[in-house]
Design a protein around this ligand. Structure first.
Ligand SMILES: NC(=O)c1ccc[n+]([C@@H]2O[C@H](COP(=O)([O-])OP(=O)(O)OC[C@H]3O[C@@H](n4cnc5c(N)ncnc54)[C@H](O)[C@@H]3O)[C@@H](O)[C@H]2O)c1
Length: 419
């Protein structure tokens, strides 16, 4: 294909995700089919890092509107902090571009309604990049359920646990304020609620939740502002040395991408996980009712000893159990099978092994999503690519849960959609 036919992308948000998930594959793996014609960030140091590290030479803008005007892209990729996604999605659509946004699509119900209305008004398209759908193990679960492997689905029991490395990271920076991320029930659980909606092919109707901050936040007196300036570095198990040297081939280098350029915007990547400004929960439990009657119990804990998830799906013809471990004793090595179990009413058990693939980020999901995004057209028989409706339904469960935690009452999704 000639380079003139390449789809023209601009990227807003040049942090770790913007660089690794979007800029790098466009430049290195899909050249000819995709072109990065502009990058935008409030931090010029991060844009310079992107251009230097990826040898990109992409025009860099601090003004998003100016970038749209001058570069005339086909599509805008949005990888800023979550609470800004809506602004950039709407501006992109209004400028006649498609919008490809990182999850969560946005962070509250008013912004969600505005995003959906803009898509309808402009006739342009929003894609939400739910990379988790593309993990081969997860894809297999979807395939089995679509084939009615356990009959009609009645209930789901889903537990997600973040460990004290990855989980703690959400308490170091912007994610730790609900106004930025919607809390973990929006920022993180959007992945999980999306998977359940996709597996069930049903939308959520009503949510009841409880949640609390028990482990991070002002739970201990020995705390500081950032790890670098803290006097408890020798005793704190959460000490993170962002300035530690990293191998040259590491794309997202904390020191270069964050610490060395923080004078531009005052964004500290190594904030204290015990900071009193933290207002998100670290311990959350939900019950959810779905449109065709399925009931789900779901929990998210951000302070666990190891990381992963377990899901059990009960149907009229069987029970499907699946689980994945991202850290800790049960991590399955690359190219080894990871099992899905189906328990039948006659007490037999079927074991379905799926080869694990760590060759790209998020269990091989990132590379598979790249192909779908940047090498179109591709067949999509299981419906991996997620629309704004999927983006909305996955965040509205978390947004409803936030309201339920605050009010002590069940919250209906339809009320959030209506406003
Ligand atoms: N799907 C996944 O698995 C996954 C993984 C990580 C992050 N994410 C998502 O990717 C997004 C970015 O995450 P990250 O970890 O790279 O965050 P980050 O904080 O490292 O990067 C965000 C970037 O946005 C820039 N920014 C902030 N305000 C801006 C503005 N007004 N205009 C332009 N740029 C602005 C910041 O300067 C920063 O460079 C988030 O939405 C996050 O939820 C998704």
């Amino acid at each position: 294909m000639s380079s003139q036919k390449a789809t023209r992308y601009v990227l807003v948000g040049c942090g770790g995700r913007g660089i690794s998930m979007f800029a790098q594959p466009i430049l290195k793996n899909f050249a000819g089919r995709a072109a990065l014609v502009g990058i935008c960030d409030i931090n010029e140091g991060r844009m310079a890092y992107l251009n230097r590290k990826l040898d990109a030479n992409a025009p860099a803008y601090k003004d998003f509107g100016k970038m749209l005007k001058e570069t005339r892209p086909d599509a805008v990729i949005i990888a800023t902090k979550d609470s800004l996604h809506d602004e950039f999605i709407i501006q992109a659509l209004e400028a006649g571009c498609d919008a490809i946004t990182e999850k969560p699509m946005t962070t509250d119900d008013a912004k969600c309604r505005a995003v959906l209305a803009a898509e309808k008004r402009t006739g342009k398209k929003i894609t939400v990049t739910f990379n988790y759908r593309f993990v081969p193990y997860v894809t297999k679960v979807r395939e089995l359920l679509a084939k009615k492997a356990i009959g009609k689905i009645l209930s789901v029991d889903f537990n997600y646990q973040l460990d004290r490395r990855h989980g703690a990271d959400y308490f170091r920076r912007w994610h730790r304020r609900k106004e930025n991320s919607g809390g973990l029930l929006v920022h993180k659980s959007t992945h999980h609620f999306d998977l359940v909606n996709w597996f069930l092919a049903q939308e959520p109707v009503e949510v009841f939740a409880i949640g609390s901050l028990q482990f991070y936040g002002p739970t201990r007196k020995e705390r500081g502002t950032t790890c670098r300036t803290c006097k408890h570095t020798k005793t704190c198990e959460f000490f993170y040395d962002i300035t530690a040297p990293m191998p040259e081939d590491v794309l997202v280098n904390g020191n270069e991408l964050y610490a060395k350029v923080e004078h531009y915007d005052g964004y500290h990547r190594d904030g204290c996980v015990f900071d009193p400004e933290i207002d998100i929960e670290d311990t959350m439990n939900l019950t959810v009712r779905y449109a065709k009657g399925v009931q789900m119990s779901y929990s998210l804990n951000a302070h666990c000893i190891y990381e992963g998830w377990r899901m059990a799906i009960n149907g009229t013809e069987g029970r499907l159990e699946c689980s994945e471990w991202h850290s800790g004793p049960y991590v399955v090595e690359d190219r080894h099978p990871q099992n899905i179990l189906i328990y039948r009413p006659d007490r037999s058990v079927e074991t379905i092994g799926v080869l694990v693939d760590h060759s790209s980020g998020h269990g091989g999901g990132d590379a598979r999503l790249h192909k779908m995004l940047f090498d179109q057209p591709q067949p999509d028989p299981l419906g991996h690519m997620a629309s704004s409706r999927a983006g909305a339904m996955s965040i509205l469960t978390g947004i409803a849960a936030n309201r339920s935690i605050a009010s002590g009452k069940a919250v209906r999704i339809a009320d959030l959609l209506k406003g």
